[in-house]
Design a protein around this ligand. Structure first.
Ligand code: ADP
Length: 422
């Protein structure tokens, strides 16, 4: 096209000169046969028309080119992904509007800056390794980076790059797209977390079923055994044996009823009372103490409730149950302490308020400090509890989104049951 335009210009000048020459040197023109001149002028006219047509076509093509260029820029700038061109050192040479928006900065201010400053420090090695491999292999590669905007907010970017090469095929930079995949990443993390929780719950359920079936079987074994004795006693007319067997059967049946009731109680915790309320834990604590008044008096335990118990938002009746269980345990596992004492209070651990019920009773060895929260777990099989109290407390605290643990320096050193209610 450029060639045609030049030719056209040359011809135009040539024609001008010819006309001028003819005007100025009529004598020479007069000598050239008139038909030849007419032929020449006619040829020149045809040429001119042809060139004008070509010129017209050129203008049309130029318009189309302009149109395509605009469309390209629209696509480039408004693409749903950030589009970057880097030199081999990762300096930004070009970036589309989406890319600049992704990093929360004006496009002009991004140019000539290194991309690494927009990558969270812990991910910079991933970026460098990615760049190296793209430049080495010259093949399309991708990686995921945690990136940081100018305002400090973070997002996950999926980076897909190819190498930019010169005429000899040597890499001179990279072309990359960066897609914000934060939502996808968060959904993935949430999914993994849920799967882990579910697996933990499943494992807990398996342990639970195992313990339940084991514990429910033992009264049945007792009943079965004493049924034999009962038959024998009846056959032999041994009333003492009959009575004894009946007592044992009655005891085993009562134990089984007890176990089943506690199981039922545990399953009910999931279906908590209607709604959470805000209330002071001091009131809840005093309510629990009142419920245990006769036991506390009987064992002569001194109860101290420290000032400053916080107000929490939660299920009130359930938290009374928590306090009641922990205080009752403190009383129950006092051992032969001559000055039995239980202290209930709150302490600040960093930005967390930790509530505690501390006793100066028999204490718990370190190796059992996890175990006591398991269902039907008792450290002393002869104690008269069922081993469900702390499992229930744990469940209630978990439903409130908190944690429960025990601190004890060991046997004879007392125990301190701690929990949080966020
Ligand atoms: P239960 O009291 O019915 O046996 P829990 O689940 O409440 O069941 O407690 C489990 C076990 O943890 C108890 O059997 C006891 O061995 C131990 N335990 C609980 N509280 C205390 C405490 N304050 N001091 C020492 N040991 C405790």
């Amino acid at each position: 096209m450029e060639e045609d335009r030049l030719k056209f210009k040359q011809l135009h000048t040539l024609r001008g000169r010819a006309e001028e020459f003819m005007r100025e040197t009529p004598s020479i023109v007069d000598k050239i046969p008139r038909e030849d001149i007419q032929k020449l002028v006619h040829e020149l006219q045809v040429y001119q028309i042809e060139l004008e047509m070509q010129n017209e076509e050129l203008r049309r093509l130029q318009g189309e080119l302009e149109d395509s260029r605009n469309k390209y820029f629209d696509l480039y700038d408004l693409a749903p992904v950030g589009y970057f061109t880097f030199n081999v050192k990762g300096i930004i040479k070009e970036v589309n509007l989406t890319g600049a928006r992704l990093l929360g900065i004006e496009r002009g201010r991004l140019l000539q800056r290194g991309i690494s400053q927009y990558v969270v420090e812990a991910f910079r090695d991933v970026l460098y390794a990615h760049r190296k491999i793209v430049l080495e292999t010259k093949e399309r590669q991708s990686c995921e980076l945690k990136m940081i905007r100018v305002d400090g907010s973070e997002f996950y970017g999926l980076v897909e790059s190819v190498a930019d090469t010169d005429g000899q095929g040597e890499p001179v930079g990279l072309r990359c797209t960066i897609t914000d995949i934060t939502q996808q990443k968060e959904a993935e993390e949430e999914r993994t977390k849920l799967i882990c929780e579910l697996e933990a719950k499943n494992a807990e359920m398996e342990r639970f079923i195992y313990t339940v079936s084991h514990d429910l079987r033992s009264p049945l074994v007792t009943i079965h055994g004493f049924l034999g004795m009962l038959k024998e006693g009846l056959k032999e007319g041994n009333t003492e044996q009959v009575e004894d067997s009946l007592n044992w059967i009655g005891y085993a049946a009562a134990r089984m009823t007890n176990l089943l009731e506690e199981l039922l109680e545990l399953s009910r915790i999931g279906r908590l009372e209607n709604s959470r309320n805000a209330f002071g834990l001091d009131k809840v604590t005093h309510e629990a103490i009142n419920l245990l008044a006769s036991l506390i008096r009987e064992r002569g335990v001194e109860i101290r409730v420290k000032e400053g118990l916080p107000t929490v938002v939660g299920y009130r009746t359930r938290l009374v149950e928590v306090m009641q269980n922990l205080i009752e345990n403190g009383v129950k596992y006092m051992g032969d302490q001559t000055q039995p004492r239980i202290e209930i209070g709150a302490r600040q651990d960093g930005d967390e308020t930790v509530l505690y019920v501390r006793d100066n009773g028999i204490g718990i060895e370190e190796q059992y400090q996890e175990k006591v929260f398991g269902l039907f777990e008792k450290l002393n099989s002869k104690s008269n509890g069922s081993g469900t109290g702390l499992a229930i407390v744990k469940r209630i605290i978990e439903i409130h989104g908190g944690r429960l643990w025990v601190e004890s320096a060991g046997p004879g050193k007392g125990s301190c049951f701690c929990f949080t209610i966020p």
